[in-house]
Design a protein around this ligand. Structure first.
Ligand SMILES: Cc1ncc(COP(=O)(O)O)c(C=O)c1O
Length: 500
């Protein structure tokens, strides 16, 4: 390297860069090829990984010739201490999407490394994101009101890092709207079902509406019906009661595809009921973080038909649409309400484009100022697969889930806990919670698959039932992996039921 090269340019010369990334490509393909044979989970104990890491940073940087040893460290210290979310045997939680174009876009984004906080700080970052949100709105058949490019639309969307951030944005807008209507936002209340994701209560905690998860003074967890869907009448009653008590109903969050069982709240019914509150209607957010991806297929678009009543909506392509983490799509019907609640412009951010009022400045759509160019991921993923390819992916995974559901259905001692929801199958042992717990532990101890659990009220008695969740979603999962899961469950059952 010439002696006047800035220190930060170390390794960015063509020869060093190419050598490092050729080696990285080799490493990546080796890792991806190894996934099928690896245990999905790890036996790492707390502190194991810490113990492998030197307690102090190095004084001298590594010689470029030895850069490959940094990649070796990934294999030695990182990979053995991971849960392999991209394994075809990963059925836990919800999936974490990945694909070649998703990985490529992360690389491009890192090379460009722009900060799209304002339109003027990288116009392409903002305008690509706007177009991708409109493309996705079209793919999911969302109402025109959520699109930038629809005539007279006041809406639009952005990429939030997670669905949890989206619900915070909705809550902040919701309170702002109540103030604008002349209501007392200091008395704001929030409503969601007792099956909703914990991020809604967390949003209430972050915004000062709840001190702890169990503080229900301003948060109402509405009862669900036998299918674990929010009960619209209970919701109506709770809102009315709060109005009667002088409180300020601010936000309702309904879920399309709950985390525990994939239940679908009746968003059409809820939305229509909320309209009846007129000026006291709370802001209505729809959380379709996982299930929304299925709406790329026309046969599932009915799931989101009710969003015509919603003020905001989120869908996470980083869950089930082959787009690497993080990528939460967040749309609003009235972007002014969101921007009003978030916008602050110190002198150092002033610029003529913002002042013209003709551009979108995405820093006004969430808490962070700086933002990565995440829209690249969607652009590459959608062009690589096309709508056809994304539909084929969703249908393939639902077919695999059906294969598994059929096996559970026919099993003498295992029961489907609820109807399969898209690619999520929940089951439990007829012998009760303790037996289901043992079974889940035994299945996961096998290593070749990983499933997760939930606890939900089931049946006429609303008995809290522990269930095993199998969420098909890793891009590489095939029919023989479902058969392997079935085999593991069969041997696990035999193991826990054998007299010792
Ligand atoms: C229905 C639902 N909403 C929200 C979330 C939170 O997602 P995120 O990690 O994007 O905040 C999840 C996570 O699984 C979810 O299942």
């Amino acid at each position: 390297m010439p002696t006047d090269t800035p220190p930060a340019m170390k390794g960015l010369d063509r020869a060093s860069f190419t050598r490092a990334f050729d080696a990285l490509t080799q490493w990546a393909t080796r890792y991806i090829d190894s996934l099928d044979a690896r245990d999905v989970r790890t036996d790492t104990q707390p502190g194991d990984c810490l113990n492998e890491l030197p307690p102090h940073p190095p004084i001298a940087g590594i010689d470029l010739e030895n850069w490959g040893t940094l990649i070796e460290q990934i294999d030695e210290t990182v990979v053995p201490n991971l849960v392999h979310w991209q394994s075809p045997g990963f059925f836990a939680y919800f999936p974490c999407g990945s694909s070649m174009p998703g990985i490529a876009a992360e690389f491009i984004s890192a090379v460009l490394n722009v900060n799209g906080m304002l339109w003027s700080t990288s116009p392409a970052a903002t305008e690509l994101e706007m177009r991708m949100l409109d493309w996705c709105a079209e793919m999911f058949n969302l109402p025109a009101a959520f699109r930038f490019d629809a005539a007279d639309s006041a809406g639009g969307g952005c990429i939030q890092s997670t669905a949890s951030e989206g619900v915070i944005a909705s809550l902040v807008s919701a309170r702002r709207i109540q103030t604008k209507r002349g209501h007392d936002r200091s008395k704001a209340t929030v409503y969601t079902s007792n099956q909703a994701h914990s991020s809604i209560v967390k949003a209430a905690m972050i915004t000062g509406l709840a001190d702890t998860p169990d503080d229900h003074s301003r948060v109402r967890l509405i009862d669900t019906d036998a299918d674990l869907c929010m009960d619209t009448q209970q919701l109506r009653k709770a809102i009315q009661q709060d109005l009667d008590d002088g409180l300020c109903p601010a936000l309702v969050v309904a879920t399309v595809g709950t985390t525990s069982t994939g239940a679908f709240d009746p968003i059409e019914q809820i939305g229509a009921m909320l309209e009846s509150f007129g000026d006291r209607r709370p802001f209505f957010h729809v959380d379709a973080a996982w299930a929304g991806a299925a709406c790329v297929c026309p046969e599932h678009q009915h799931l989101l038909a009710g969003v015509r009543h919603a003020d905001s909506l989120c869908i996470n392509p980083h869950k089930w649409l082959l787009t690497n983490f993080d990528c939460d799509l967040y749309w609003v019907r009235d972007r002014a309400a969101l921007v009003d609640s978030m916008s602050i412009t110190p002198e150092y951010l002033r610029n003529s484009a913002t002042e013209s009022g003709e551009v979108i400045d995405y820093r006004d759509w969430h808490a962070p100022l700086g933002r990565r160019m995440r829209a690249l991921k969607l652009w590459l993923v959608i062009q690589h697969f096309g709508i056809d390819g994304l539909q084929a992916h969703i249908r393939h995974q639902i077919n695999l889930a059906e294969r598994f559901e059929g096996w559970i259905h026919a099993h003498p001692t295992l029961q489907l806990s609820v109807d399969r929801s898209l690619a999520l199958v929940c089951f439990h042992s007829a012998a009760g919670n303790a037996h289901t717990r043992k079974l889940i532990d035994e299945i996961n101890a096998n290593g070749s698959v990983l499933i997760s659990h939930a606890l939900v009220p089931l049946g006429d008695q609303r008995e809290m039932t522990l269930l095993a969740r199998v969420a098909v979603g890793a891009g590489s999962t095939q029919a023989h992996h479902i058969d392997r899961l079935i085999e593991v469950i069969t041997t696990s059952l035999a193991q826990i039921d054998s007299p010792t």
